[in-house]
Design a protein around this ligand. Structure first.
Ligand SMILES: CC(C)(COP(=O)(O)OP(=O)(O)OC[C@H]1O[C@@H](n2cnc3c(N)ncnc32)[C@H](O)[C@@H]1OP(=O)(O)O)[C@@H](O)C(=O)NCCC(=O)NCCS
Length: 183
């Protein structure tokens, strides 16, 4: 069970099946806004789909493949984050995230991602962390930039969003760079 206390108000905790209705309700409330950037939103059209997603996520976490976790602000679900893929053999991982529209602009995700990075470098022995963003996703790109990531390059037409191919930017942070900027 993955659980990470970010500060006195924010906690990141792996989804349980009992969270399915709550997660679905938040996605459903934010559907139009989220579907602009997240490919899975249209498929998430019933609580049962969300429940199955949580079951699959738990299996993938047990297999050390990926992590899906809720972001809880004073006990209320406000978004999600996780590891899209652990590449243990290369000691690297990719972080993904989304936030309820009404919780944007408070720095919640920047704090969450910073805590996940600390955990990955300190407790998991990772060497490199990636964040991938569609080039047009300005708010998402601002997070790795704010945290001091470097832009490695652009993958051309690496995503298919709402019928349009989009380019994706890869940002990376190395353990040595994080240590230098946080010590
Ligand atoms: C991407 C996403 C999570 C960014 O949310 P966000 O609220 O902009 O990010 P944060 O929570 O880190 O907040 C940053 C904002 O809070 C402000 N802020 C306030 N206090 C802050 C603090 N202590 N630390 C950092 N930022 C702070 C920042 O200035 C920034 O404000 P701005 O929007 O005026 O520039 C959100 O837009 C989202 O979920 N989008 C849809 C899904 C998506 O695109 N996911 C990513 C796919 S790659």
């Amino acid at each position: 069970m993955f659980q990470l206390k970010v500060n006195d108000e924010i906690e990141v905790r792996m989804f349980e099946e009992s969270d399915a209705e709550t997660v679905f309700a938040l996605v459903d409330r934010n559907r139009d806004y989220l579907r602009e950037w997240l490919i899975w939103v249209d498929r998430s059209d019933t609580p049962e789909v969300t429940r199955q997603f949580i079951r699959d996520s738990k299996r993938r976490y047990e297999n050390k493949e990926a992590l899906s976790a809720g972001i809880w602000l004073n006990g209320e679900l406000v978004g999600a984050t996780g590891v899209v893929e652990y590449e243990w053999h290369n000691r690297m991982l990719e972080i993904g995230y989304w936030l309820s529209a009404d919780q944007q602009g408070k720095g919640i995700m920047t704090k969450v991602v910073s805590a996940l990075i600390d955990d990955a470098f300190t407790n998991l022995g990772m060497n490199r962390i990636e964040i991938h963003c569609a080039t047009g996703n300005v708010r998402s790109r601002a997070i790795p930039k704010r945290l001091g990531f470097r832009q490695d390059g652009v993958m051309r037409e690496a995503g298919l969003l709402n019928g349009q191919f989009v380019d994706k930017v890869i940002y990376s942070m190395l353990a040595s760079e994080w240590k230098a900027q946080t010590s």
